[in-house]
Design a protein. Structure first.
Length: 247
């Protein structure tokens, strides 16, 4: 089976070298990793990683809602330049976080990134924590393709996301959701993705989450969906390729 990790922060690992993470992932047939930025300081690091592993690493450049207060003048122009250099790059991680108090600034920065994504026809990786209802006002303005990263909300939040063309990606967080089985079965097969969010969201205290978790997560989701893991893995990989290729 081939796997794709649609959300990983390779630049953030402290206990493991990027080379070791990529090599370990290759041994279990992880063929793609979407390496996601959170702040502008990440952009050059992620560019370097993507240059080192061009067949595996797909970069995503953006500003995470936690860090919108760190942006500096001209950030939009510099972000645009990243995408001109990387034609397969995604926009993100960007979005809204209801646990933070600066929602007006979050919305402004998120709207700017959505507008750029739509202009240059790139998928968006969306962070929406305690903010799925707030996200609805942005759905009409989304580009053709977008990913709700690490979904762990309620099933009633999903219909408008799917109607707007969204893909839904699951990480370890879904394992703690009491509605998990119903949620993963609600997602059409061609909109389903999985991720680690590594090095974050480890299921083992004190460890960094790594791509080796993907087969565990896939198997659990396959059981919930009463689906063959091999065919499900193939479908998820095909979904990720559609995002990269803009189809």
């Amino acid at each position: 089976m081939d796997y794709v990790d649609t959300h990983i922060h390779l630049q953030d690992y402290k206990l493991n070298l990027v080379q070791d993470i990529v090599n370990e992932a290759a041994k279990i047939s992880v063929k793609r990793m979407f390496c996601v930025c959170s702040v502008e300081e990440d952009w050059k690091q992620v560019e370097y990683i993507a240059e080192q592993y061009p067949q595996i690493v797909v970069p995503a450049f953006g500003i995470h809602p936690w860090y919108v207060d760190k942006i500096t003048l001209g950030w939009q122009k510099r972000l645009r330049q990243c995408f001109m250099k990387w034609p397969q790059a995604l926009v993100g991680e960007c979005g809204l976080d209801g646990l933070k108090e600066n929602m007006p600034q979050q919305k402004e920065v998120f709207a700017s990134q959505i507008a750029l994504a739509k202009e240059i026809s790139r998928p968006v990786i969306v962070h929406a924590v305690k903010a799925v209802s707030l996200l609805q006002e942005f759905l009409p303005f989304m580009p053709k393709q977008f990913i709700i990263h690490s979904f762990n909300g309620k099933i009633q939040h999903l219909p408008p996301i799917l109607k707007a063309g969204g893909y839904v990606s699951f990480s370890a967080s879904i394992l703690r959701n009491p509605q998990a089985k119903e949620i993963v079965n609600f997602i059409p097969e061609n909109r389903l993705l999985i991720e680690t969010d590594g090095p974050y969201q480890s299921i083992s205290k004190g460890e960094e989450q790594k791509p080796k978790f993907l087969p565990i997560l896939l198997e659990k989701i396959a059981v919930w969906r009463n689906q063959n893991p091999v065919s499900l893995s193939a479908q998820i990989f095909a979904n990720s390729e559609c995002l990269i290729n803009g189809k």
